[in-house]
Design a protein around this ligand. Structure first.
Ligand SMILES: NC(=O)C1=CN([C@@H]2O[C@H](COP(=O)(O)OP(=O)(O)OC[C@H]3O[C@@H](n4cnc5c(N)ncnc54)[C@H](OP(=O)(O)O)[C@@H]3O)[C@@H](O)[C@H]2O)C=CC1
Ligand SMILES: O=C(O)C1=N[C@H](C(=O)O)C[C@H](O)C1
Length: 281
């Protein structure tokens, strides 16, 4: 929990939770729309995309060969007007524009977008004073459990082990390192009493000198259709540990996002993450 929550009594919803999806024509947008169609307790209630998207005006589930009656729109207020919760996997500037309207309309939000600056994260924290937001760079159960394993490993290997984080993603990904890799770095640094802003090393080339033992290094691979691989290497003298998570389908991110939607039913305002949703705090 990273903000001030205002819990409302948790209750079993008597009607399906109405969910709008931003980035409806994107890789995650489509995965989310498919997950909503298969869900018993959540229903698609709005679909947003950028004005230049070829999907504008078409039915959001047309790609599934089905008509939902929900058209993809670039009008944010129109796309949100029937929604309880927005799920946003877009770009930072899009997320901020969507959250501003969520606050006006009393719509809660699940934010999976990555690549925010610190200033943009601070803006989101302000929005969370007006509506409830779950934000996490990775919605999968497996990655969040991996983060807990990393916390434990980092405490036990705070000295004598060099820490390197290697991530690989598909050729279309626009931000690097991945939000997940950065979160792994933050979790490890915090567990070891370090500050990632001071010890993160994001590039090496030429005569770099010897490795600073307090550093946490990042290496980024981009290629093909890799869904998302993350490895943290703890390299000591005489042994090394590698903790790896590999995603083989985006459905894990979509299912985690729906868990976050259900979690938000019990909250009116506040900033939460997937540790809150999954009870891993
Ligand atoms: N938290 C998690 O578990 C996960 C997070 N992600 C993150 O989600 C984000 C989206 O990933 P992915 O679905 O692969 O990306 P895509 O590029 O496939 O989809 C992004 C969608 O957002 C739209 N979009 C682009 N710019 C804007 C904008 N300024 N405002 C509103 N909408 C916009 C795109 O439209 P158009 O294509 O027309 O530009 C597209 O429909 C990334 O930041 C990624 O890192 C991804 C997977 C899991
Ligand atoms: O862009 C992606 O695809 C992914 N982005 C997220 C990130 O930046 O960590 C999560 C996942 O790795 C897939």
């Amino acid at each position: 929990m990273t903000g001030t929550p205002s819990p409302a009594p948790a209750s079993t919803p008597s009607r399906p939770l109405r969910v709008a999806v931003a980035g409806a024509s994107g890789r995650m947008g489509r995965m989310l729309i498919e997950a909503l169609r298969a869900s018993d307790d959540c229903v698609l209630a709005g679909a947003l995309d950028v004005p230049s998207s070829p999907g504008i005006g078409s039915d959001a589930t047309a790609f599934l060969g089905h008509a939902s009656g929900v058209a993809i729109t670039a009008d944010i207020a129109a796309g949100l007007k029937n929604a309880d919760v927005l799920i946003d996997f877009t770009r930072p500037e899009g997320t901020l524009a969507h959250l501003a309207v969520c606050c006006e309309l009393g719509v809660k939000a699940v934010v999976g977008t990555t690549g925010f600056t610190d200033a943009q994260k601070a803006e989101i924290a302000v929005f969370a004073q007006r509506t409830a937001i779950v934000m996490a760079p990775n919605m999968s159960v497996g990655v969040n459990v991996t983060l807990k394993l990393l916390q434990m490993a980092a405490k036990a290997m705070a000295t004598g082990y060099d820490i390197e984080i290697i991530e690989a993603h598909h050729r279309h990904k626009v931000d690097a390192p991945s939000g997940t890799a950065l979160k792994m770095g933050e979790v490890i640094a915090e567990a070891m009493g370090r500050d990632l802003k001071e010890c993160g090393v994001y590039a090496r080339e030429g005569v770099t000198g010897e490795r600073d033992p307090s550093s946490i290094g990042f290496a980024t691979i981009r290629g093909g259709d890799i869904v998302g691989d993350h490895t943290v290497l703890f390299a000591g003298i005489g042994e090394r540990i590698e903790i790896t998570h590999k995603s083989s389908s985006r459905s894990t991110y979509a299912q985690g996002s729906l868990r976050a939607v259900r979690f938000l039913a019990g909250h009116k305002t506040g900033m939460f993450d997937m540790f809150d949703v999954l009870g891993l705090q």
